[in-house]
Ligand binder design. Structure first.
Ligand code: PMP
Length: 359
């Protein structure tokens, strides 16, 4: 059988050893006689899973002790609404629009207060992060929201603007744990799990404690960060099985040498594909080199009439889910932590063969 490589943007590929372990533990977790799916979220077995999962995430990201880690339902899009509800406290907020996801964040947040768009690359089809000197930041903003990796257009931040103390709130859904991050530079980091962490249904919110006192009285209890922080994310039933798999992924990542080690692999993987795209005019990527995402690599065939043939041949070669986001078109290879370098080698080999056949 052809080896399969899954380039889905999310839900996405998970490390094989994690799936194998979940399979082995499916019916009887650690001699408990229960599947994790069957456990009470307040029982000692699941509480131990949750505690280990949080501890491992804290280790991996070096999360300072004055940050809370929340395991919530609702995905990143629910947080788009919950961020203003939890943080605005009657003020306005700044948002940078660098792609489809941060634009969506502005649209969702605007229902809850005054949102100022301080930078936008919409007119340039989201191909770069604008120079920070052009951002019209407000010193009284409750926070600045950014999306540090735009999954659709493949634009990644490599540094942060100086906000003079205004907390930065970052949607890291599609590159969390793929590169080293200094958590202390952020007020809030959040992300849906289904790309670099685990299955869908879990959203992780990492929030600095001093930001927990601004929630509007309209904030639903299950999304009130302070209430959830005080109750170990158990105001409602958390997504227990997704948390368990996330915990296995964190253990796997620690075994790989942690974030610094996987970052090196991620750099090498992305380089393989970008170097090849840059070496030919058969394929093109439009993102400014500095901001090219290491996780989501959109590319276009110069002759777009070949798109269907490209995707069909890719599928036949075991290269799955390469179709670009419907808002962007073309192709997109999402190459999260769990994608082995062999996947990139196979993709580039296929792209070369396709180019020779059609040029
Ligand atoms: N933000 C980013 C950067 C994303 O990639 C996605 C999902 N593709 C979302 C937000 C939305 O996440 P969810 O569907 O989990 O709410």
């Amino acid at each position: 059988m052809t080896q399969i490589f899954n380039f889905s943007a999310g839900p996405a590929v998970l490390p094989r050893p994690v799936l194998e372990r979940a399979q082995a533990e499916m019916l009887d977790w650690h001699g408990s006689g229960m599947s994790v799916m069957e456990m009470s979220h307040r029982g000692k077995e699941f509480m131990s899973i949750l505690a280990k999962t949080e501890a491992d995430l804290r280790t991996l990201m070096n999360i300072p002790s004055n940050y809370k880690v929340l395991f919530l339902q609702g995905g990143a899009i629910a947080e788009n609404a919950m961020i203003p509800l939890n943080l605005l406290g009657g003020k306005a907020a700044d948002y940078a629009v660098t792609g489809g996801w941060s634009k969506r964040s502005v649209e969702d947040a605007s229902a809850y207060g005054k949102i100022n768009v301080v930078a936008s690359t919409e007119a340039d089809k989201y191909t770069y992060v604008p120079d920070f000197s052009t951002w019209t930041l407000n010193k009284d903003a409750a926070y600045l929201h950014i999306c540090t990796n735009e999954t659709m257009s493949g634009v990644e931040f490599v540094d942060l603007p100086n906000t003079n103390g205004v907390p930065i709130v970052a949607d890291m859904s599609s590159h969390i744990l793929s590169r080293e991050v200094d958590v202390s530079q952020y007020g809030v980091i959040y992300g849906g799990a289904q790309k670099n962490i685990g299955p869908a249904g879990l959203c992780i919110v990492i929030v600095r404690e001093d930001l927990l006192d601004h929630a509007s009285s309209l904030t639903p209890a299950v999304f009130n960060w302070k209430t959830q922080a005080e109750n170990q994310s158990m105001i409602n039933t958390p997504p227990t099985y997704s948390i368990y798999i996330a915990g296995l992924v964190f253990e796997w990542l620690i075994e790989q040498g942690g974030v610094a080690a996987i970052e090196k692999v991620n750099v090498a993987k992305a380089k393989l594909l970008y170097d090849y795209i840059d070496s030919t005019d058969f394929y093109v990527n439009h993102v400014a080199v500095k901001n090219r995402s290491r996780m989501n690599i959109p590319f276009f065939l110069k002759d777009e009439s070949l798109n269907d043939a490209f995707l069909k041949g890719a599928q036949e070669n075991g290269l799955l889910q390469l179709k670009g986001h419907r808002a962007v078109g073309g192709m997109r290879a999402s190459i999260y932590n769990a994608m082995p370098i062999e996947g990139l080698q196979a993709l580039v080999a296929y792209m070369k063969a396709f180019e020779s056949k059609y040029s």
